[in-house]
Design a binder for this molecule. Sequence first.
Ligand code: UDP
Length: 237
Amino acid sequence: MNKTGVLYAGKAKTVHTTEDPELLVLEFRNDTSAFDGEKIEQLERKGQVNNEFNAFIMQALQQAGINTHFVKALSPTESLVRNMKMIPVECVVRNRAAGSLVRRLGVAEGEILDPPVFEFFLKDDARHDPMINESHIATFGWATAAEVTRMKELTLAVNAVLKKLFADGGLLLVDYKLEFGRFNGEILLGDEFSPDGCRLWDAQTLEKMDKDRFRQDLGHVIESYEEVGRRIGVQFS
Ligand code: UDP
């Protein structure tokens, strides 16, 4: 599938158009950002690691019956996906307290959250992705009530699949962020699932193995992503 132009260049991925208006190429770059783009660095091999990690997870989700935009990997750093109309909302599920939940509510990092916490954020870096609720989504028309219900249902279905997949690799899925889009009247999981958009801790030592290593300058960022991948069965090229 040939790329025909750049549709959008995000913080870590570039979206290319193709000859088929229903298909896009996602290019995973080495750029790594945190704090809404305030901290940016190039990490060698990150594009490849995240592309191959994401392809593995998207395929595992599809096998579990969760429809995603993913079609196939095209190269070490590129994947073919369906061209969706993205919903400008981030869906976050938390199985343990970390990050902004700890800052907001003062709970202890690592506290088990049962049932898991579900949160919506607006995709708006300039406003630091403010937390929103279903009422904001309805009033401002970001998604319909049926789409909100579907996004929550799919986000929680992903939790069941991925908590087990990571647990089998000796990892705790602490929290994660998903984005959805519309394609032919259906809601599909979009964007990516990689250690850039979730928190994963070693189940024994509670060592952080995700983007917090970059946010907190803990070092060995990509080595940890690869270790997570290896533990769950990703075969890096
Ligand atoms: N997250 C993300 N993109 C964002 C905000 C959050 O991928 O723009 C992920 C983040 O990596 C974590 C989860 O969503 O796995 C919850 O993030 P949190 O609200 O704790 O925010 P943070 O501490 O990253 O500011």
